[in-house]
Design a protein around this ligand. Structure first.
Ligand code: NAD
Length: 344
């Protein structure tokens, strides 16, 4: 597809997260704009369109009309998880570039089909994972790569908060549409961060629990994962939708032979603390916290569409995150450590 310096995007799915996408794209207003807002609920589409007041945009309830619209270059899919694959594949076949919210899809096969459809059509498929673009995680990965804390011995991560019950009243509360509980929905952000800093994961052993029936009939709201990384170190993730104690532990701690890193100790926005022996803790505040990752994610998507530079958040990473979540669910069922065999 021919590159252009201005990208006209349809925002598809105008629910809870879409306002953040509008806010993020506004930061790139000189080179992109939402020109269509699509939702089966026209009222929602109109409400989100109103956030970008001043722009000319159309509202539609019909995704096929978006696909047929020659004035739409790209789609930004903010949809229930089970719709990511069919909508992305249809968009690719219609020649539209795609930014798709996490998780990339609810099965590895669907991820593969999306990647194949985008490759065949020659369009960009960007995995909408703001964590991949967060300055704090990128800086941690850089410090590790520079050897500042020596060889990694292990990683420990927490993604614990109180999920608003109203978010789970629809598709999110049904595993057939969401693909799982907190691990597939929220914990997957931290899986991306763990893989970004710690590298590929070779196997996983998981336990899950279900405390809050109001969040869904058949989905976990607590998942505890033990991870064995390909490089030899191990890691842990505590992902919980049933606590108000988020600030009680850092988002991630990286334990190295020569020092440690702590990301967001005492809650979001608290930066990165570097602990080296014999030195006072050094606090760094990278330019972008992970909540600002959307702006950088959107910028990276536009860079790729407009100039062909590589994506920061690739669909291959999205696929790997989904593969790991599904392996963790299998482990929780069987009680066994699940090996992520190559490619599967
Ligand atoms: N809510 C969050 O805090 C959050 C955070 C990060 C990522 N996300 C991701 O964003 C995506 C959307 O989540 P959400 O919380 O905004 O969900 P949501 O349920 O609030 O919004 C989804 C929207 O899609 C619309 N929709 C459903 N079927 C449609 C169709 N066939 N055509 C057009 N529109 C349709 C719904 O009417 C709804 O407005 C998910 O992938 C989720 O994991 C959400």
């Amino acid at each position: 597809m021919a590159a252009s310096s201005f990208t006209r995007i349809a925002l598809v799915g105008c629910g809870d997260i879409s306002a953040r996408h509008v806010e993020a794209l506004e930061k790139h207003a000189s080179r992109a704009q939402f020109t269509v807002y699509c939702d089966t609920d026209a009222t929602r589409a109109a409400a989100i369109a109103a956030l970008a007041a001043g722009h000319t945009a159309r509202i539609t309830t019909d995704f096929d009309a978006v696909l047929a619209d020659a004035d739409v270059d790209a789609v930004d899919l903010c949809l229930p998880h089970h719709l990511h694959a069919p909508f992305a594949i249809a968009a690719a076949r219609a020649g539209k570039h795609i930014l798709c919210e996490k998780p990339l899809a609810v099965s590895v096969e669907d991820c593969d089909a999306m990647i194949a459809a985008a490759d065949a059509a020659g369009v960009t498929l960007c995995h909408g994972e703001p964590m991949r673009c967060a300055g704090i995680v990128a800086r941690a990965a850089q410090i590790v790569a520079e050897g500042q804390i020596g060889r990694i011995a292990g990683l420990q991560a927490t993604f614990a908060y109180w999920q608003r019950a109203e978010l789970n009243t629809g598709w999110r509360g049904r595993k057939s549409e969401s693909g799982g509980g907190h691990l597939m929905d929220g914990g997957i952000h931290i899986i991306d961060a763990l893989r970004h800093v710690g590298g590929d994961v070779a196997s996983v052993q998981a336990m899950t629990a279900h405390y809050r029936p109001e969040l869904g009939e058949d989905s976990e709201d607590l998942a505890v994962l033990n991870l064995r990384f390909t490089a030899g170190h191990c890691g842990q993730l505590f992902a919980c939708h049933a606590t108000r104690g988020r600030a009680a532990s850092p988002m991630m701690t990286v334990f190295g032979e020569e020092g440690c890193l702590s990301l967001e100790a005492y809650g979001p926005g608290n930066g990165l603390v570097v602990f080296l022996p014999g030195q006072p803790p050094r606090v760094e505040n990278p330019e972008h916290g992970w909540v600002d990752g959307y702006e950088r994610l959107m910028g990276s998507f536009l860079d790729t569409v407009q100039t062909g530079v590589p994506l920061l958040s690739t669909p291959q990473d999205g696929r790997e995150n989904v593969r790991l979540v599904l392996a963790a669910y299998r482990s929780a069922e069987t009680g066994a450590e699940t090996v992520l065999s190559a490619g599967s």
